[in-house]
Design a protein. Structure first.
Length: 158
């Protein structure tokens, strides 16, 4: 519940930013990053930087949620060991990439740093990997829930 509340609050808080935060997250070069940041007013950039604090709380919440859901519920118990391990690690890994992305974004938005293109590439890669892992977990969860619903549904005989 804490993760959902934080996500909703952060989404609402960042909604006025145009281009969106997602455009910044998926910027892999200094020029792409600058295009987004320079479209924002100083107040909007400050708004973005302020969200990083609660975003750390969010990533802790969703990382712990994913780990605990997979390790302590029956949903993933009957999965192949490799699938269970992938599900077990996906949200904690997404949270780690999210944390690295946040640190890089805090540093890159503190002052112009166009002479370090690898930092922009790393921030974009961390964001992309985070989103892929979040999507992968969501798909694994939907599959596990569908499988559990199928197994617990009463069977009708002809």
């Amino acid at each position: 519940m804490a993760a959902l509340a934080l996500f909703a609050g952060i989404t609402w808080y960042l909604a006025p930013l145009e281009p969106s935060v997602l455009a910044l997250q998926l910027s892999f070069s200094p020029s792409a990053f600058a295009t987004v940041v320079h479209a924002w007013s100083p107040e909007q950039l400050a708004r973005f930087r302020m969200h990083l604090v609660p975003d750390f709380a969010l990533l802790i919440c969703y990382g712990a949620f994913g780990y605990l859901l997979v390790s302590r519920s029956a949903l993933f118990a009957q999965r192949l060991p490799v699938a269970r391990t992938a599900a077990l690690l996906s949200l904690p890994l997404a949270a780690a990439f999210d944390a690295a992305e946040n640190v890089l974004h805090a540093w890159l938005t503190a002052a112009p740093r166009f002479d370090v293109p690898l930092a922009y590439l790393a921030a974009g890669a961390c964001a992309a990997l985070k989103w892929l892992l979040l999507l992968g977990f969501a798909l694994a969860l939907v599959h596990a829930l569908a499988r559990a619903a199928t197994q617990s549904a009463p069977h009708v005989r002809d």
